[in-house]
Write a protein that binds this ligand. Structure first.
Ligand code: FES
Ligand code: FES
Length: 180
């Protein structure tokens, strides 16, 4: 990461910029941003990742959750310079290139784990991080993981069922992947 207060990309501002290099949904990206830029601003406005929702913008609601090196992070409350050299994942990276939905996405659709859908991208990223950390979480662990993301529509029961179903689908998929 290099700091350059003369960088012309900080147009109209004296704010210094930082040069970032990071992986976004599998692609290496380089970008210069003002030092005060958040990951939320960078992903939504710099890269068009509108699945990174913006709501409270103060680490309360969880709508902006993305994965950074497999761990859930509130994008609204993380400076962009903190993701230099990391691997960032958003909901846009979950489906395969041919549009095939991931196990998590299929599970949420199958179990009706959303109503308006506003919290769903964050829930899907939390599910992804959880299943990497523990492919067989119990309900208490699932409840704890998703507690950082507020859903204003559901009673959470169908979300919990969706995460359990996602774990099942991911386990069912493993033998296929090993034989391919
Ligand atoms: S928008 Fe980031 S936690 Fe609410
Ligand atoms: S489905 Fe509407 S906020 Fe969760």
């Amino acid at each position: 990461m290099s700091l350059d207060s003369q960088d012309p990309r900080a147009a109209g501002s004296d704010e210094p910029t930082v040069e970032l290099e990071f992986e976004l949904n599998g692609s290496v990206e380089k970008q210069a941003v003002p030092t005060s830029t958040t990951v939320l601003d960078l992903l939504r406005n710099g890269f068009g990742k509108r699945g990174v929702r913006s709501s409270c913008e103060r680490s309360v609601c969880g709508a902006c959750t993305v994965l950074v090196d497999d761990l859930p992070v509130a994008a609204c409350s993380t400076f962009a310079f903190d993701i230099d050299g990391t691997r960032v994942e958003t909901v846009e990276g979950l489906a395969a290139h041919d549009g095939t939905l991931s196990a998590q996405q299929r599970a949420f659709r199958e179990c009706g784990g959303f109503q308006c859908g506003f919290c769903t991208s964050g829930m899907l990223m939390l599910t992804t991080g959880l299943l990497r950390a523990n492919p067989q979480p119990d309900r208490e662990e699932i409840r704890e993981w998703i507690s950082s993301n507020t859903c204003r529509c559901t009673g959470y029961e169908m979300i919990l069922e969706s995460v359990e179903r996602a774990a099942e689908l991911a386990r069912e998929r493993e033998p296929d992947e090993e034989s391919s």
